[in-house]
Design a binder for this molecule. Structure first.
Ligand code: ADP
Length: 359
């Protein structure tokens, strides 16, 4: 096992800056997830750690040793790809054994290591099969097994579950958690899927346009997003954002329907703020509700998702999504009151996108 340290890492493709000002320390045994939308630089960062992309500037250390110019095979890393990249003409055993044979590991040792990995991944019965005779989930397990037998100091995963159907993805996600608990190997995992990130990660690195937007535990990035970008990216459906402007001591939405006497944030120097509230934090009450922060709303659309329902609400000129329980949810056209609990609100500076501290 090892730490991975990236110091001021930069990657340029010609004039395109794919990754810049990237500073991160992955702890020994940590499961770290790089998360962000397509094109934000996740794979490039992972491939620089693997040695599959050159590093334009900055330092990469694995286990305290500088690795910028070290060959991929000598970095002590093993990578699992989205495409599995198995040899179609080789059996499961040979697919898992190939790297060890190239390293001239003795035959008995290869048999032992492949056998152990196969047991761990429930592949023992399948060792003589070829990839074509395996399901998607089994192929992915072989790809993981091939990485495990090399006993790397660091696992690198590049969207390893994207090619699996939804049900299998959930199962493989749980298997990966179990595997990490048992092996405890430092892991860097790339995904654009926030549920994968939330469930697998010790810490998540949210990336935006080649830079780190926030590093934190899943709870940190969900409960205390550092920027409007992170707030909008983490959580499904996405957080509602309401632009407010200061009017005297109060804060109002464009048509004044939503208004707050005060906001529980330090708004010093701001004339405008973006208020954020997650759909699952909006409370719904009877139209007669008169509590503070209760606003008259109309259900424009209601979608039942099973256990819960999504309400598309019209509040004056503002559209909001609310997530409520699925049983007896309000239907289209219902007039009700929408409550925004102040303790669950977020606020962002529209000029910088940064979260405003609690006031
Ligand atoms: P992600 O993995 O987050 O989807 P990538 O790391 O693949 O993003 O890409 C980051 C940026 O670098 C994108 O703008 C992409 O177009 C660019 N990029 C990636 N690979 C190359 C390449 N070989 N040549 C030029 N630009 C590239």
């Amino acid at each position: 096992m090892a730490t991975v340290t990236l110091t001021n890492i930069e990657k340029k493709y010609g004039a395109v800056r794919a990754v810049e000002h990237f500073d991160l320390e992955v702890n020994d045994g940590e499961f770290l997830v790089l998360l962000g939308p397509s094109g934000c630089g996740k794979s490039t960062t992972l491939r620089m750690i693997a040695g599959l992309e050159s590093i334009t500037a900055g330092d990469l250390l694995i286990g305290g040793k500088r690795m910028n110019e070290v060959e991929p095979k000598d970095r002590g890393v093993a990578m699992v790809f989205q495409s599995y990249a198995l040899y179609p003409h080789k059996t499961v055993f040979d697919n898992m054994a190939t790297a060890l044979k190239l390293q001239r590991v003795p035959k008995d040792e290869i048999k032992r290591r492949v056998g152990e990995a196969a047991t761990l991944l429930s592949l023992t019965e399948l060792l003589d099969r070829k990839p074509a005779a395996l399901s998607g989930g089994q192929r992915q397990r072989v790809a993981i097994g091939r990485a495990i037998v090399r006993t790397p100091e660091v696992f690198l995963f590049d969207e390893p579950l994207s090619n699996l159907d939804a049900k299998l993805r959930v199962r493989m996600r749980m298997e990966l958690q179990e595997l990490h608990r048992r092996l405890g190997v430092t892991s860097v995992y790339v995904t654009h899927d926030q549920v994968e990130a939330m469930t697998l990660a010790d810490r998540i690195v949210v990336m935006d346009s080649g830079r780190i937007a926030q590093v934190g535990t899943p709870r940190d990035v969900y409960e205390r997003p550092a920027t409007e970008f992170v707030a909008g990216f983490i959580g499904s459906p996405a957080m509602n954002f309401i632009p407010l402007r200061r009017e005297g001591s109060a804060w109002k939405a464009e048509d004044g329907t939503i208004a707050f006497d005060t906001l529980p944030f330090d708004t010093t120097g701001c004339d405008r703020v973006i208020l954020g509230i997650r759909p699952e934090h909006i409370e719904i009450g009877a139209a007669s509700e008169t509590a503070a922060n209760a606003y008259p709303a109309r259900v424009r659309l209601a979608e039942l998702h099973g256990a819960d329902a999504l309400l598309d609400l019209t509040v004056g000129c503002v559209q909001m999504l609310a997530r409520v329980g699925g049983a007896d949810h309000p239907t289209e056209g219902t007039e009700l009151s929408m409550v925004i609990p102040p303790r669950l609100m977020h606020a962002f500076d529209p000029a910088t996108g940064k979260a405003l501290p609690q006031g």
